[in-house]
Design a protein around this ligand. Structure first.
Ligand SMILES: [Zn+2]
Ligand SMILES: [Zn+2]
Length: 597
Protein backbone atom coordinates (compact mmCIF):
# COMPACT_ATOMS: atom_id res chain seq x y z
CA UNK A 1 0.00 0.00 0.00
CA UNK A 2 1.34 3.44 -0.86
CA UNK A 3 2.09 6.07 1.77
CA UNK A 4 -0.98 8.05 0.69
CA UNK A 5 -3.29 5.02 0.90
CA UNK A 6 -1.98 4.17 4.35
CA UNK A 7 -2.96 7.67 5.48
CA UNK A 8 -6.35 7.60 3.74
CA UNK A 9 -7.26 4.36 5.51
CA UNK A 10 -6.19 5.71 8.89
CA UNK A 11 -7.97 9.06 8.56
CA UNK A 12 -11.16 7.37 7.33
CA UNK A 13 -11.11 5.05 10.32
CA UNK A 14 -10.36 7.93 12.67
CA UNK A 15 -13.32 9.93 11.36
CA UNK A 16 -15.64 6.98 11.94
CA UNK A 17 -14.24 6.13 15.34
CA UNK A 18 -14.29 9.77 16.48
CA UNK A 19 -17.94 9.93 15.46
CA UNK A 20 -18.73 6.80 17.47
CA UNK A 21 -17.02 8.21 20.55
CA UNK A 22 -19.16 11.34 20.27
CA UNK A 23 -16.29 13.68 19.34
CA UNK A 24 -16.83 17.23 18.13
CA UNK A 25 -18.25 17.15 14.57
CA UNK A 26 -15.52 19.55 13.40
CA UNK A 27 -12.87 17.04 14.38
CA UNK A 28 -14.79 14.25 12.67
CA UNK A 29 -15.04 16.31 9.48
CA UNK A 30 -11.39 17.35 9.54
CA UNK A 31 -10.35 13.70 9.38
CA UNK A 32 -12.94 12.72 6.78
CA UNK A 33 -11.91 15.67 4.64
CA UNK A 34 -8.24 14.83 4.98
CA UNK A 35 -8.94 11.28 3.80
CA UNK A 36 -10.80 12.54 0.74
CA UNK A 37 -8.14 15.12 -0.04
CA UNK A 38 -5.27 12.65 0.17
CA UNK A 39 -7.19 10.08 -1.87
CA UNK A 40 -7.46 12.65 -4.68
CA UNK A 41 -3.77 13.62 -4.63
CA UNK A 42 -1.53 12.55 -7.48
CA UNK A 43 1.73 13.22 -5.65
CA UNK A 44 3.34 11.11 -2.96
CA UNK A 45 2.82 12.84 0.41
CA UNK A 46 5.78 10.89 1.75
CA UNK A 47 8.06 13.30 -0.10
CA UNK A 48 6.87 16.31 1.90
CA UNK A 49 5.68 14.63 5.09
CA UNK A 50 8.32 16.40 7.16
CA UNK A 51 7.44 19.82 5.81
CA UNK A 52 4.44 21.07 7.81
CA UNK A 53 4.18 24.28 5.80
CA UNK A 54 3.95 22.44 2.48
CA UNK A 55 1.32 20.10 3.96
CA UNK A 56 -0.86 22.91 5.28
CA UNK A 57 -0.67 24.60 1.88
CA UNK A 58 -2.81 21.73 0.53
CA UNK A 59 -6.49 22.70 0.83
CA UNK A 60 -8.19 20.19 3.11
CA UNK A 61 -5.18 19.64 5.36
CA UNK A 62 -5.00 21.64 8.57
CA UNK A 63 -2.35 21.94 11.24
CA UNK A 64 -3.51 18.98 13.34
CA UNK A 65 -3.71 16.69 10.33
CA UNK A 66 -0.29 17.86 9.09
CA UNK A 67 1.21 16.90 12.46
CA UNK A 68 -0.30 13.42 12.21
CA UNK A 69 1.10 12.98 8.70
CA UNK A 70 4.53 13.94 10.03
CA UNK A 71 4.12 11.54 12.92
CA UNK A 72 3.18 8.71 10.55
CA UNK A 73 6.17 9.42 8.29
CA UNK A 74 8.50 9.33 11.25
CA UNK A 75 7.13 6.43 13.29
CA UNK A 76 4.91 4.48 10.90
CA UNK A 77 1.91 5.04 13.15
CA UNK A 78 -0.45 7.71 14.46
CA UNK A 79 -0.79 7.64 18.24
CA UNK A 80 -4.35 8.93 18.30
CA UNK A 81 -5.35 6.33 15.71
CA UNK A 82 -3.99 3.57 17.92
CA UNK A 83 -5.75 5.04 20.99
CA UNK A 84 -9.04 5.03 19.10
CA UNK A 85 -8.49 1.47 17.88
CA UNK A 86 -8.00 0.46 21.51
CA UNK A 87 -11.18 2.26 22.54
CA UNK A 88 -13.57 1.34 19.72
CA UNK A 89 -14.22 -2.36 19.01
CA UNK A 90 -13.13 -3.24 15.46
CA UNK A 91 -16.42 -4.99 14.63
CA UNK A 92 -18.34 -1.79 15.34
CA UNK A 93 -17.14 -0.20 12.10
CA UNK A 94 -18.88 -2.99 10.20
CA UNK A 95 -22.09 -2.29 12.19
CA UNK A 96 -21.81 1.29 10.97
CA UNK A 97 -22.13 0.01 7.40
CA UNK A 98 -25.60 -1.48 8.02
CA UNK A 99 -28.06 0.67 6.05
CA UNK A 100 -30.38 2.50 8.43
CA UNK A 101 -27.86 2.70 11.27
CA UNK A 102 -26.17 6.09 11.63
CA UNK A 103 -23.30 6.83 14.01
CA UNK A 104 -25.65 8.04 16.77
CA UNK A 105 -27.63 4.80 16.79
CA UNK A 106 -24.48 2.67 16.60
CA UNK A 107 -23.00 4.60 19.53
CA UNK A 108 -26.15 3.88 21.57
CA UNK A 109 -26.07 0.20 20.62
CA UNK A 110 -22.49 0.08 21.81
CA UNK A 111 -22.74 2.11 25.04
CA UNK A 112 -26.20 1.04 26.22
CA UNK A 113 -26.44 -2.52 24.93
CA UNK A 114 -22.81 -3.59 24.61
CA UNK A 115 -22.99 -4.31 20.87
CA UNK A 116 -19.46 -4.64 19.48
CA UNK A 117 -20.02 -6.34 16.13
CA UNK A 118 -22.66 -7.71 13.74
CA UNK A 119 -23.16 -10.79 15.92
CA UNK A 120 -23.85 -8.52 18.87
CA UNK A 121 -26.38 -6.62 16.79
CA UNK A 122 -28.12 -9.87 15.88
CA UNK A 123 -28.19 -10.81 19.55
CA UNK A 124 -29.95 -7.63 20.73
CA UNK A 125 -32.41 -8.00 17.86
CA UNK A 126 -33.13 -11.61 18.83
CA UNK A 127 -33.65 -10.86 22.53
CA UNK A 128 -35.71 -7.76 21.77
CA UNK A 129 -33.53 -5.43 23.87
CA UNK A 130 -32.90 -3.26 20.78
CA UNK A 131 -36.56 -2.12 20.98
CA UNK A 132 -35.68 -0.22 24.17
CA UNK A 133 -33.59 2.31 22.22
CA UNK A 134 -35.18 5.62 21.18
CA UNK A 135 -36.86 5.63 17.74
CA UNK A 136 -36.35 1.90 17.28
CA UNK A 137 -39.73 0.38 16.40
CA UNK A 138 -40.67 -3.06 15.10
CA UNK A 139 -40.65 -1.87 11.48
CA UNK A 140 -37.14 -0.37 11.76
CA UNK A 141 -35.86 -3.59 13.29
CA UNK A 142 -37.47 -5.62 10.51
CA UNK A 143 -35.57 -3.52 7.95
CA UNK A 144 -32.35 -3.97 9.91
CA UNK A 145 -32.73 -7.74 9.76
CA UNK A 146 -33.14 -7.59 5.99
CA UNK A 147 -30.17 -5.22 5.67
CA UNK A 148 -27.89 -7.49 7.66
CA UNK A 149 -28.88 -10.47 5.51
CA UNK A 150 -28.22 -8.38 2.41
CA UNK A 151 -24.82 -7.24 3.64
CA UNK A 152 -23.82 -10.78 4.41
CA UNK A 153 -24.87 -12.01 0.97
CA UNK A 154 -23.41 -9.18 -1.10
CA UNK A 155 -20.35 -7.55 0.40
CA UNK A 156 -19.21 -5.54 -2.58
CA UNK A 157 -20.21 -2.49 -4.54
CA UNK A 158 -21.38 -3.13 -8.08
CA UNK A 159 -19.33 -2.21 -11.11
CA UNK A 160 -20.59 0.69 -13.20
CA UNK A 161 -20.84 -1.57 -16.25
CA UNK A 162 -23.08 -4.04 -14.36
CA UNK A 163 -25.32 -1.45 -12.70
CA UNK A 164 -25.88 0.90 -15.66
CA UNK A 165 -27.65 -1.56 -18.00
CA UNK A 166 -29.88 -2.74 -15.11
CA UNK A 167 -30.82 0.84 -14.23
CA UNK A 168 -31.50 1.68 -17.87
CA UNK A 169 -33.80 -1.33 -18.19
CA UNK A 170 -35.69 -0.33 -15.04
CA UNK A 171 -36.10 3.26 -16.26
CA UNK A 172 -37.36 1.95 -19.60
CA UNK A 173 -39.83 -0.33 -17.84
CA UNK A 174 -41.11 2.51 -15.63
CA UNK A 175 -41.44 4.83 -18.62
CA UNK A 176 -43.77 2.33 -20.25
CA UNK A 177 -46.09 2.20 -17.22
CA UNK A 178 -49.40 4.02 -17.67
CA UNK A 179 -49.44 7.45 -16.01
CA UNK A 180 -45.64 7.78 -15.68
CA UNK A 181 -44.46 11.09 -17.16
CA UNK A 182 -40.77 11.09 -16.27
CA UNK A 183 -38.32 8.45 -15.15
CA UNK A 184 -34.58 8.67 -14.54
CA UNK A 185 -31.91 7.10 -12.41
CA UNK A 186 -29.98 9.28 -9.98
CA UNK A 187 -27.30 8.58 -7.38
CA UNK A 188 -23.65 7.79 -7.94
CA UNK A 189 -24.65 5.88 -11.06
CA UNK A 190 -25.79 9.12 -12.70
CA UNK A 191 -22.47 10.66 -11.68
CA UNK A 192 -20.68 7.82 -13.45
CA UNK A 193 -18.76 6.56 -10.43
CA UNK A 194 -16.77 3.39 -11.03
CA UNK A 195 -18.74 1.41 -8.43
CA UNK A 196 -22.30 1.75 -7.20
CA UNK A 197 -23.91 0.94 -3.81
CA UNK A 198 -27.54 0.80 -4.87
CA UNK A 199 -29.72 2.07 -7.70
CA UNK A 200 -32.03 5.09 -7.20
CA UNK A 201 -34.84 5.61 -9.68
CA UNK A 202 -37.11 8.67 -9.65
CA UNK A 203 -40.45 9.05 -11.44
CA UNK A 204 -43.37 11.42 -11.70
CA UNK A 205 -46.74 9.81 -12.31
CA UNK A 206 -50.47 10.39 -12.33
CA UNK A 207 -51.02 6.80 -11.13
CA UNK A 208 -48.78 6.04 -8.13
CA UNK A 209 -50.50 2.72 -7.34
CA UNK A 210 -49.87 1.42 -10.86
CA UNK A 211 -46.23 2.53 -10.74
CA UNK A 212 -45.60 0.86 -7.36
CA UNK A 213 -47.23 -2.32 -8.58
CA UNK A 214 -45.12 -2.39 -11.77
CA UNK A 215 -41.96 -1.68 -9.79
CA UNK A 216 -42.46 -4.32 -7.12
CA UNK A 217 -43.28 -7.05 -9.64
CA UNK A 218 -40.25 -6.57 -11.88
CA UNK A 219 -38.58 -9.65 -13.30
CA UNK A 220 -35.61 -10.75 -11.19
CA UNK A 221 -37.13 -9.25 -8.03
CA UNK A 222 -36.28 -11.32 -4.96
CA UNK A 223 -37.71 -9.26 -2.12
CA UNK A 224 -39.90 -6.20 -1.54
CA UNK A 225 -38.39 -4.23 1.33
CA UNK A 226 -40.84 -1.35 1.33
CA UNK A 227 -43.88 -0.24 -0.60
CA UNK A 228 -44.59 3.20 0.77
CA UNK A 229 -46.39 6.25 -0.55
CA UNK A 230 -43.29 8.02 -1.85
CA UNK A 231 -40.61 5.31 -1.66
CA UNK A 232 -40.54 1.64 -2.56
CA UNK A 233 -37.48 -0.60 -2.29
CA UNK A 234 -36.76 -3.99 -3.78
CA UNK A 235 -33.83 -6.32 -4.20
CA UNK A 236 -32.99 -7.73 -7.60
CA UNK A 237 -31.06 -10.89 -8.19
CA UNK A 238 -27.94 -10.57 -10.31
CA UNK A 239 -28.03 -14.24 -11.16
CA UNK A 240 -27.42 -14.85 -14.82
CA UNK A 241 -25.34 -11.70 -15.14
CA UNK A 242 -21.85 -12.74 -16.04
CA UNK A 243 -19.85 -10.66 -13.63
CA UNK A 244 -18.50 -13.27 -11.24
CA UNK A 245 -15.78 -13.89 -13.81
CA UNK A 246 -14.57 -10.36 -13.17
CA UNK A 247 -15.64 -9.77 -9.61
CA UNK A 248 -14.32 -12.94 -8.04
CA UNK A 249 -15.97 -14.80 -5.17
CA UNK A 250 -17.07 -11.70 -3.32
CA UNK A 251 -19.15 -10.34 -6.22
CA UNK A 252 -22.54 -9.04 -5.21
CA UNK A 253 -25.42 -11.46 -5.69
CA UNK A 254 -28.19 -8.87 -5.41
CA UNK A 255 -28.69 -5.15 -5.79
CA UNK A 256 -31.09 -2.89 -3.94
CA UNK A 257 -33.22 -0.59 -6.07
CA UNK A 258 -35.20 2.32 -4.61
CA UNK A 259 -38.08 3.93 -6.48
CA UNK A 260 -39.15 7.40 -5.46
CA UNK A 261 -42.34 9.00 -6.67
CA UNK A 262 -41.84 12.75 -6.68
CA UNK A 263 -44.22 15.64 -7.43
CA UNK A 264 -43.88 17.05 -10.96
CA UNK A 265 -43.05 20.51 -9.54
CA UNK A 266 -40.16 19.01 -7.53
CA UNK A 267 -38.62 16.90 -10.31
CA UNK A 268 -35.43 18.95 -10.67
CA UNK A 269 -34.96 19.36 -6.92
CA UNK A 270 -35.38 15.64 -6.31
CA UNK A 271 -33.08 14.68 -9.17
CA UNK A 272 -30.45 17.04 -7.83
CA UNK A 273 -30.85 15.87 -4.25
CA UNK A 274 -30.69 12.15 -5.02
CA UNK A 275 -27.89 12.49 -7.59
CA UNK A 276 -25.51 14.02 -5.04
CA UNK A 277 -22.78 14.04 -4.26
CA UNK A 278 -23.52 14.81 -0.65
CA UNK A 279 -20.58 17.24 -0.65
CA UNK A 280 -21.82 19.06 -3.75
CA UNK A 281 -25.29 19.38 -2.24
CA UNK A 282 -23.91 20.74 1.01
CA UNK A 283 -22.15 23.48 -0.97
CA UNK A 284 -25.38 24.28 -2.82
CA UNK A 285 -27.35 24.53 0.43
CA UNK A 286 -24.70 26.85 1.91
CA UNK A 287 -24.96 29.01 -1.18
CA UNK A 288 -28.75 29.08 -0.90
CA UNK A 289 -28.50 30.05 2.76
CA UNK A 290 -26.26 33.02 1.95
CA UNK A 291 -28.95 34.24 -0.44
CA UNK A 292 -31.68 33.94 2.21
CA UNK A 293 -33.01 30.74 0.64
CA UNK A 294 -33.38 27.14 1.67
CA UNK A 295 -32.88 24.15 -0.64
CA UNK A 296 -34.27 20.65 -0.12
CA UNK A 297 -35.45 17.74 -2.30
CA UNK A 298 -38.74 19.55 -2.99
CA UNK A 299 -37.37 22.86 -4.22
CA UNK A 300 -35.65 26.13 -3.49
CA UNK A 301 -37.69 28.25 -1.07
CA UNK A 302 -37.37 31.58 0.73
CA UNK A 303 -35.91 31.01 4.21
CA UNK A 304 -38.52 32.16 6.75
CA UNK A 305 -37.12 30.66 9.94
CA UNK A 306 -40.08 28.30 10.43
CA UNK A 307 -39.37 24.80 11.71
CA UNK A 308 -41.92 23.01 9.55
CA UNK A 309 -40.57 22.36 6.03
CA UNK A 310 -41.82 24.93 3.47
CA UNK A 311 -43.41 22.38 1.12
CA UNK A 312 -45.68 21.23 3.97
CA UNK A 313 -46.90 24.78 4.55
CA UNK A 314 -47.75 25.46 0.92
CA UNK A 315 -44.89 27.95 0.49
CA UNK A 316 -44.31 28.71 -3.18
CA UNK A 317 -40.93 27.49 -4.44
CA UNK A 318 -38.62 29.84 -6.33
CA UNK A 319 -37.44 26.88 -8.40
CA UNK A 320 -37.73 23.10 -8.37
CA UNK A 321 -39.12 21.78 -11.62
CA UNK A 322 -35.78 21.46 -13.39
CA UNK A 323 -32.18 21.33 -12.21
CA UNK A 324 -31.37 24.18 -14.59
CA UNK A 325 -33.96 26.42 -12.84
CA UNK A 326 -32.43 25.73 -9.44
CA UNK A 327 -28.84 26.33 -10.49
CA UNK A 328 -29.95 29.52 -12.29
CA UNK A 329 -31.80 30.79 -9.21
CA UNK A 330 -28.57 30.29 -7.28
CA UNK A 331 -26.66 32.27 -9.91
CA UNK A 332 -25.01 29.19 -11.40
CA UNK A 333 -24.95 27.43 -14.74
CA UNK A 334 -26.14 23.79 -14.75
CA UNK A 335 -23.36 21.47 -13.58
CA UNK A 336 -22.98 18.09 -15.34
CA UNK A 337 -23.67 15.30 -12.79
CA UNK A 338 -20.30 13.62 -13.35
CA UNK A 339 -18.42 16.55 -11.81
CA UNK A 340 -20.73 17.20 -8.84
CA UNK A 341 -18.09 16.17 -6.34
CA UNK A 342 -17.13 19.44 -4.63
CA UNK A 343 -13.88 19.51 -6.52
CA UNK A 344 -14.12 23.11 -7.61
CA UNK A 345 -17.13 22.82 -9.94
CA UNK A 346 -19.00 25.61 -8.15
CA UNK A 347 -16.01 27.96 -8.14
CA UNK A 348 -15.64 28.32 -11.91
CA UNK A 349 -17.55 30.80 -14.04
CA UNK A 350 -18.64 28.08 -16.43
CA UNK A 351 -17.81 24.38 -16.38
CA UNK A 352 -16.04 23.25 -19.57
CA UNK A 353 -17.77 21.47 -22.44
CA UNK A 354 -17.02 17.90 -21.37
CA UNK A 355 -16.31 15.06 -23.78
CA UNK A 356 -19.27 13.00 -25.08
CA UNK A 357 -19.41 9.51 -26.57
CA UNK A 358 -20.45 11.01 -29.90
CA UNK A 359 -17.12 12.88 -30.10
CA UNK A 360 -15.11 9.65 -30.39
CA UNK A 361 -14.02 8.93 -33.99
CA UNK A 362 -11.18 6.44 -33.62
CA UNK A 363 -10.20 3.30 -31.68
CA UNK A 364 -6.51 2.85 -30.96
CA UNK A 365 -6.45 -0.36 -28.90
CA UNK A 366 -8.03 -3.60 -30.19
CA UNK A 367 -7.19 -7.30 -30.38
CA UNK A 368 -7.91 -10.00 -32.95
CA UNK A 369 -7.76 -13.79 -33.00
CA UNK A 370 -4.03 -13.40 -33.70
CA UNK A 371 -3.61 -12.89 -29.93
CA UNK A 372 -6.46 -13.21 -27.36
CA UNK A 373 -9.33 -11.50 -29.21
CA UNK A 374 -12.39 -13.30 -30.57
CA UNK A 375 -12.71 -11.21 -33.77
CA UNK A 376 -10.89 -11.86 -37.02
CA UNK A 377 -9.16 -8.89 -38.58
CA UNK A 378 -12.11 -8.48 -40.96
CA UNK A 379 -14.68 -8.67 -38.16
CA UNK A 380 -12.81 -6.10 -36.09
CA UNK A 381 -12.65 -3.65 -38.99
CA UNK A 382 -16.34 -4.17 -39.83
CA UNK A 383 -17.31 -3.55 -36.21
CA UNK A 384 -15.26 -0.33 -36.05
CA UNK A 385 -16.73 0.83 -39.35
CA UNK A 386 -20.26 0.21 -38.04
CA UNK A 387 -19.41 2.60 -35.19
CA UNK A 388 -18.58 5.24 -37.81
CA UNK A 389 -14.93 5.46 -36.74
CA UNK A 390 -12.46 6.87 -39.28
CA UNK A 391 -9.58 4.83 -37.84
CA UNK A 392 -9.14 1.43 -36.21
CA UNK A 393 -5.78 0.33 -34.85
CA UNK A 394 -4.99 -3.37 -34.64
CA UNK A 395 -2.89 -3.78 -31.49
CA UNK A 396 -2.42 -7.43 -30.57
CA UNK A 397 -0.24 -8.50 -27.67
CA UNK A 398 3.55 -8.78 -27.91
CA UNK A 399 5.65 -11.93 -27.52
CA UNK A 400 6.11 -11.91 -23.71
CA UNK A 401 2.33 -12.20 -23.21
CA UNK A 402 2.55 -15.87 -24.18
CA UNK A 403 -0.65 -16.79 -22.32
CA UNK A 404 -2.49 -14.23 -24.48
CA UNK A 405 -0.98 -15.56 -27.70
CA UNK A 406 1.38 -12.60 -28.06
CA UNK A 407 3.02 -12.14 -31.47
CA UNK A 408 6.75 -12.31 -32.12
CA UNK A 409 8.29 -10.09 -34.80
CA UNK A 410 7.77 -12.64 -37.58
CA UNK A 411 4.06 -13.12 -36.84
CA UNK A 412 3.49 -9.38 -36.49
CA UNK A 413 5.17 -8.75 -39.88
CA UNK A 414 2.85 -11.38 -41.35
CA UNK A 415 -0.13 -9.63 -39.78
CA UNK A 416 1.09 -6.39 -41.29
CA UNK A 417 1.02 -7.98 -44.77
CA UNK A 418 -2.54 -9.16 -44.05
CA UNK A 419 -3.56 -5.63 -43.00
CA UNK A 420 -2.02 -4.13 -46.12
CA UNK A 421 -3.99 -6.56 -48.26
CA UNK A 422 -7.22 -5.75 -46.41
CA UNK A 423 -6.63 -2.03 -46.93
CA UNK A 424 -6.82 -2.65 -50.70
CA UNK A 425 -10.43 -3.82 -50.45
CA UNK A 426 -11.63 -1.62 -47.56
CA UNK A 427 -13.14 1.82 -47.91
CA UNK A 428 -14.35 4.34 -45.37
CA UNK A 429 -11.92 3.48 -42.59
CA UNK A 430 -8.16 3.53 -42.07
CA UNK A 431 -6.66 0.34 -40.64
CA UNK A 432 -3.48 0.88 -38.64
CA UNK A 433 -0.93 -1.80 -37.92
CA UNK A 434 0.15 -1.52 -34.31
CA UNK A 435 0.74 -3.50 -31.16
CA UNK A 436 0.09 -3.50 -27.46
CA UNK A 437 3.66 -3.96 -26.40
CA UNK A 438 4.39 -5.26 -22.92
CA UNK A 439 6.20 -2.97 -20.53
CA UNK A 440 8.47 -5.47 -18.80
CA UNK A 441 9.15 -5.25 -15.08
CA UNK A 442 12.22 -3.05 -15.54
CA UNK A 443 10.49 -0.65 -17.94
CA UNK A 444 12.06 -1.99 -21.12
CA UNK A 445 9.69 -2.87 -23.96
CA UNK A 446 9.03 -6.29 -25.44
CA UNK A 447 10.22 -5.29 -28.95
CA UNK A 448 13.34 -3.33 -29.80
CA UNK A 449 13.15 0.23 -31.08
CA UNK A 450 14.01 -0.71 -34.66
CA UNK A 451 10.96 -2.95 -34.83
CA UNK A 452 8.65 -0.49 -33.02
CA UNK A 453 9.60 2.10 -35.63
CA UNK A 454 7.96 -0.10 -38.29
CA UNK A 455 4.54 0.16 -36.60
CA UNK A 456 1.83 2.81 -37.16
CA UNK A 457 0.79 2.93 -33.52
CA UNK A 458 2.37 1.66 -30.31
CA UNK A 459 0.36 1.16 -27.12
CA UNK A 460 2.69 0.26 -24.24
CA UNK A 461 1.01 -1.44 -21.27
CA UNK A 462 2.02 -3.16 -18.03
CA UNK A 463 0.65 -6.72 -17.63
CA UNK A 464 3.08 -8.40 -15.23
CA UNK A 465 4.75 -7.43 -11.94
CA UNK A 466 1.69 -5.36 -11.01
CA UNK A 467 2.37 -5.41 -7.29
CA UNK A 468 5.86 -3.94 -7.47
CA UNK A 469 6.59 -1.15 -5.03
CA UNK A 470 5.61 2.43 -5.99
CA UNK A 471 9.13 3.76 -6.65
CA UNK A 472 9.95 0.88 -8.99
CA UNK A 473 6.60 1.27 -10.74
CA UNK A 474 7.26 4.97 -11.31
CA UNK A 475 10.71 4.33 -12.80
CA UNK A 476 9.30 1.53 -14.95
CA UNK A 477 6.48 3.61 -16.46
CA UNK A 478 8.75 6.65 -16.94
CA UNK A 479 11.15 4.51 -18.95
CA UNK A 480 8.31 3.34 -21.22
CA UNK A 481 7.04 6.91 -21.71
CA UNK A 482 10.52 8.07 -22.67
CA UNK A 483 10.70 5.54 -25.51
CA UNK A 484 10.47 7.64 -28.69
CA UNK A 485 8.07 5.25 -30.48
CA UNK A 486 5.37 4.96 -27.80
CA UNK A 487 2.10 6.78 -28.58
CA UNK A 488 -0.16 5.59 -25.78
CA UNK A 489 0.45 4.35 -22.23
CA UNK A 490 -2.21 1.62 -21.99
CA UNK A 491 -4.13 0.96 -18.72
CA UNK A 492 -1.31 2.68 -16.82
CA UNK A 493 -1.76 1.01 -13.41
CA UNK A 494 -3.12 -2.37 -14.48
CA UNK A 495 -5.71 -2.26 -11.70
CA UNK A 496 -8.92 -4.31 -11.75
CA UNK A 497 -11.66 -2.61 -9.75
CA UNK A 498 -12.63 -4.53 -6.55
CA UNK A 499 -10.06 -7.15 -7.43
CA UNK A 500 -6.51 -5.92 -8.00
CA UNK A 501 -4.92 -2.73 -6.78
CA UNK A 502 -2.38 -2.53 -9.61
CA UNK A 503 0.68 -0.27 -9.76
CA UNK A 504 0.84 2.84 -7.58
CA UNK A 505 3.30 5.12 -9.38
CA UNK A 506 3.79 8.79 -8.49
CA UNK A 507 1.11 9.88 -10.91
CA UNK A 508 2.25 13.51 -11.06
CA UNK A 509 5.63 12.36 -12.42
CA UNK A 510 3.97 10.06 -14.96
CA UNK A 511 1.72 12.89 -16.14
CA UNK A 512 4.57 15.39 -16.42
CA UNK A 513 6.62 12.90 -18.45
CA UNK A 514 3.65 12.13 -20.71
CA UNK A 515 3.32 15.85 -21.47
CA UNK A 516 7.05 16.21 -22.09
CA UNK A 517 7.33 13.17 -24.38
CA UNK A 518 3.98 13.69 -26.10
CA UNK A 519 2.52 10.36 -24.99
CA UNK A 520 -1.24 9.95 -24.53
CA UNK A 521 -2.40 8.40 -21.26
CA UNK A 522 -5.13 5.83 -21.79
CA UNK A 523 -8.49 5.66 -20.10
CA UNK A 524 -9.14 1.98 -20.67
CA UNK A 525 -12.94 1.96 -21.03
CA UNK A 526 -13.57 -1.54 -19.76
CA UNK A 527 -15.68 -1.08 -16.62
CA UNK A 528 -13.45 -3.54 -14.80
CA UNK A 529 -10.44 -1.29 -15.47
CA UNK A 530 -11.38 2.40 -15.93
CA UNK A 531 -7.65 2.99 -15.77
CA UNK A 532 -6.65 5.94 -15.56
CA UNK A 533 -9.18 6.56 -12.84
CA UNK A 534 -11.21 9.78 -12.65
CA UNK A 535 -9.01 11.78 -10.26
CA UNK A 536 -5.88 10.94 -12.24
CA UNK A 537 -7.61 12.04 -15.44
CA UNK A 538 -8.36 15.35 -13.75
CA UNK A 539 -4.70 15.86 -12.87
CA UNK A 540 -3.65 14.88 -16.40
CA UNK A 541 -6.15 17.30 -17.92
CA UNK A 542 -4.93 20.11 -15.69
CA UNK A 543 -1.37 19.40 -16.82
CA UNK A 544 -2.46 19.44 -20.46
CA UNK A 545 -1.64 15.78 -21.11
CA UNK A 546 -3.16 14.01 -24.09
CA UNK A 547 -5.73 11.33 -23.24
CA UNK A 548 -6.76 8.30 -25.28
CA UNK A 549 -10.12 6.64 -24.53
CA UNK A 550 -9.91 3.10 -25.85
CA UNK A 551 -12.09 0.03 -25.45
CA UNK A 552 -9.28 -2.53 -25.60
CA UNK A 553 -11.69 -4.59 -27.72
CA UNK A 554 -11.43 -8.36 -27.46
CA UNK A 555 -15.02 -9.06 -28.62
CA UNK A 556 -17.61 -7.06 -30.60
CA UNK A 557 -19.56 -6.07 -27.46
CA UNK A 558 -16.47 -4.43 -25.96
CA UNK A 559 -17.02 -1.44 -28.22
CA UNK A 560 -20.11 -0.70 -26.08
CA UNK A 561 -17.89 -0.04 -23.06
CA UNK A 562 -16.94 3.29 -24.62
CA UNK A 563 -19.61 5.09 -22.56
CA UNK A 564 -17.88 4.08 -19.32
CA UNK A 565 -14.55 5.43 -20.53
CA UNK A 566 -16.26 8.65 -21.53
CA UNK A 567 -18.00 8.92 -18.13
CA UNK A 568 -14.62 8.52 -16.45
CA UNK A 569 -13.19 11.20 -18.75
CA UNK A 570 -16.08 13.51 -17.86
CA UNK A 571 -15.47 12.92 -14.16
CA UNK A 572 -11.91 14.10 -14.86
CA UNK A 573 -13.16 17.27 -16.61
CA UNK A 574 -11.87 15.98 -19.97
CA UNK A 575 -12.67 18.17 -22.97
CA UNK A 576 -12.75 16.81 -26.55
CA UNK A 577 -9.61 18.74 -27.60
CA UNK A 578 -7.30 16.78 -25.27
CA UNK A 579 -8.68 13.39 -26.32
CA UNK A 580 -6.84 12.07 -29.38
CA UNK A 581 -9.77 9.79 -30.33
CA UNK A 582 -11.92 12.84 -31.11
CA UNK A 583 -9.48 14.32 -33.61
CA UNK A 584 -10.01 14.39 -37.35
CA UNK A 585 -8.30 11.70 -39.36
CA UNK A 586 -5.69 14.16 -40.67
CA UNK A 587 -4.82 15.51 -37.22
CA UNK A 588 -4.66 12.08 -35.57
CA UNK A 589 -2.50 10.53 -38.28
CA UNK A 590 -0.17 13.50 -38.34
CA UNK A 591 0.40 13.09 -34.60
CA UNK A 592 0.96 9.32 -34.93
CA UNK A 593 3.50 9.86 -37.73
CA UNK A 594 5.31 12.55 -35.73
CA UNK A 595 6.83 9.76 -33.61
CA UNK A 596 8.73 8.61 -36.67
CA UNK A 597 10.63 11.87 -37.10
ZN1 LIG B 1 -3.53 -4.80 -21.90
ZN1 LIG C 1 -5.27 -4.76 -24.77
Amino acid sequence: MSFNDELVRRFEQMAQMLELTGANPFRVNAHARAARTIDDLTSDLGEIAGDAKALIAIPGIGKGIAEKIGEFAETGKIGEHLDLLAEVPAGLLRVLEVPGLGPKKVALLWKDLGVEDIDGLKRVIADGSILGLPRMGAKTVENLIASIAFMESSGQRLHLGIAAPIAEAIVERMESVKGVKRAAYAGSLRRGRETIGDIDVLITTGDPDGAREAFTTMPGMTEVLAKGESKSSVRLSLEGIDHARWGGDGAAAQVQVDLRIVPEASWGAALMYFSGSKEHNVRLRERAQKQGLTLNEYGLYPEDGEDEPPQKRGVKAKAGKTEEDIYAALGLAWVPPEIREDRGELDVEQTPRLIEAGDIRAELHAHTTASDGSMSLEELVAEAKARKFHTIAVTDHSKSSAQAGGLDETRLRAQRAQIEALRETTTGIEILCGCEVDILGDGSLDYDDGFLAELDVVVASPHVALSQEPKKATARLLKAIENPYVHVLGHPTGRLINRRKGLEPAMDEIIAAAVEHDVALEINAHWMRLDLRDTHVRAAVEAGAKIAIDCDDHAPGDFDNLVYGVLTGRRGWLTPELCVNTWTKAKLHKWLRSKHG
